[in-house]
Design a protein. Structure first.
Length: 148
């Protein structure tokens, strides 16, 4: 059996339509049935409404083979930042922890955008004092181009 993630996007969509869509359709019908049985305003009603309101986003992967079935890649990218939050409680102060979180976010974003984090940080910290406020967004990792 071939792993679904290794096939083309169109084949992945076809496989999802054949295998996952019937399960998703059955779940949707079950959610609607359960919602009709519970009282408005209850915690269960709120939970069911939450899922039903987001159903299109939840099942988008069924109709587009390019959309991943999960967000594991993204979760793995932000894990160092999330784990660091607990450590930042001991950064000396709340503001120091917030600064550390901001720097870590910039570094991780630079990595995700294919930049060398050291070169990125060195360049933006050099340019930041003279950068015009109206062009500050040009220093964000997804818009950054190194100075010659």
């Amino acid at each position: 059996m071939v792993a679904v993630k290794t096939v083309s996007a169109e084949d992945r969509r076809t496989i999802r339509q054949a295998n996952a869509k019937p399960v998703a359709d059955a779940l949707y019908q079950w959610l609607l049935l359960q919602r009709s049985k519970v009282t408005d305003g209850s915690a269960t009603a709120k939970a069911l409404d939450y899922s039903l309101k987001r159903w299109a986003a939840l099942t988008h992967y069924l109709y587009d083979g390019q959309v991943p079935i999960d967000n594991n890649w993204c979760e793995n990218q932000i894990r160092p930042v999330a784990l660091g939050r607990g450590n930042w409680l001991f950064a000396g102060s709340l503001r120091a922890g917030q600064r550390a979180a901001a720097v870590m976010s910039l570094i991780q974003s630079a990595k995700i955008n294919g930049h060398d984090p050291y070169a990125y940080m060195k360049d933006i910290l050099t340019r930041l004092p003279t950068q015009q406020n109206s062009q500050i967004e040009d220093l964000l990792p997804h818009r950054w181009t190194p100075q010659p």
